[in-house]
Design a protein around this ligand. Structure first.
Ligand code: DHB
Ligand code: MG
Length: 222
């Protein structure tokens, strides 16, 4: 088997997206507006957004927690995957991002299902302990804090809660035991926690999509 060239895997990703995800005016407008507002182009790829959406549906999630809203691209996908009486609580550290996210959610018609909590994850998460537990947790914020977020996912979840962690491949950097970058080290520590902590059962997949070479970890709270 030959290694794929960048041209080839980009063509396959575009084919998957065109065949299985398709055009989506609300999501395309959300991306356009967040670009225009100067937000970084780091929202999940369309095939990955669809994966989050399907995981929500497959797991029957009613309550979803997202850490790292950005412009709400992934939030829209998640909100569409839960029932009308479901709720997405999404945490965003940047007030400007939260404003863009709110407009994107409302335009996509899911604004009523989504509560944006502005603040740092480590500060907002403890305020959620009184809430009903979450059925799915998507972690996509500062990678340095992944162990903190993964720990909270177990505390705020229940047996069966699905935990998804974005960006676990980091263009291959994750497999370098001598990595010095704080975001890579945070990603490694997060994966190690998922691997050894008896509260989780987990795996991870490499991804080659519109965002390049990365990966996604998927776990269940046992
Ligand atoms: C970065 C963060 C992300 O969540 C992502 O999906 C890609 C890149 C970053 O901070 O570089
Ligand atoms: Mg990400």
């Amino acid at each position: 088997m030959t290694d794929p060239t960048q041209d080839e895997w980009q063509r396959v990703d575009a084919y998957f997206a065109a065949t299985l995800v398709g055009p989506d005016p609300a999501l395309e407008a959300a991306v356009a507006d967040q670009r225009a507002a100067g937000l970084p182009a780091i929202e999940v790829a369309p095939v990955n957004g669809k994966l989050l959406h399907l995981l929500a549906r497959i797991s029957g999630a009613r309550r979803v927690l997202e850490i790292g809203t950005l412009g709400a691209y992934s939030t829209i996908w998640l909100a569409r995957g839960i029932p009308e009486d479901g709720r997405v609580v999404t945490i965003e550290a940047e007030p400007h991002n939260a404003e863009i996210a709110r407009a994107n959610l409302d335009r996509a018609g899911v604004g009523d299902k989504v509560e944006i909590r502005v603040g740092f994850g480590a500060e907002v998460l403890p305020t959620l302990v009184e809430d009903e537990p979450f059925d799915l947790v998507f972690i996509d914020a500062d990678k340095e804090s992944n162990t903190i977020y993964i720990d909270w996912a177990a505390k705020l979840g229940h047996p069966g809660t699905v935990v998804v962690v974005d960006n676990v491949g980091r263009a291959g950097r994750v497999a370098d035991p001598a990595a010095m970058e704080p975001n890579v080290i945070g990603t490694q520590r997060g994966l190690e926690l998922l691997g050894r902590d008896p509260r989780f059962d987990a795996t991870a997949l490499q991804t080659l999509d519109a965002k390049g070479w990365d990966g996604v970890a998927i776990a269940v709270v046992v």
